[in-house]
Design a protein around this ligand. Structure first.
Ligand SMILES: [Zn+2]
Length: 90
């Protein structure tokens, strides 16, 4: 295996891209932001079905979580585009 890598250095850079630490961090940021949004949306649904009158705070938190999810998604997409480390990319 090491012999092959020495003869084909481009394989090493492909493997580095495949196991890109920055991609993993950005994916994890996106998943966390998406889960946070889901949690807040569930709370919002419960508040509405309970008939809570003060929904403004929750509404604001949902909007902020949506923005965070979008920004983490675009950060991940920009990284995948510039670093070409998405699964299946060459
Ligand atoms: Zn990368």
């Amino acid at each position: 295996m090491l012999c092959i890598l020495r003869k084909r250095p481009e394989l090493i850079s492909s493997m580095r891209r495949l196991f890109c630490g920055e991609k993993n961090r950005l994916q994890s940021d996106f998943v966390n932001a998406a889960q946070e949004l889901i949690t807040l949306e569930k709370q919002q649904i419960q508040a509405v079905t309970r008939g809570d009158s003060d929904l403004a705070q929750l509404d604001l938190m949902v909007r902020m979580a949506q923005e965070k999810k979008e920004s983490t998604k675009y950060a991940l997409m920009a990284h995948l585009e510039s670093h070409a480390c998405a699964a299946g990319m060459k």
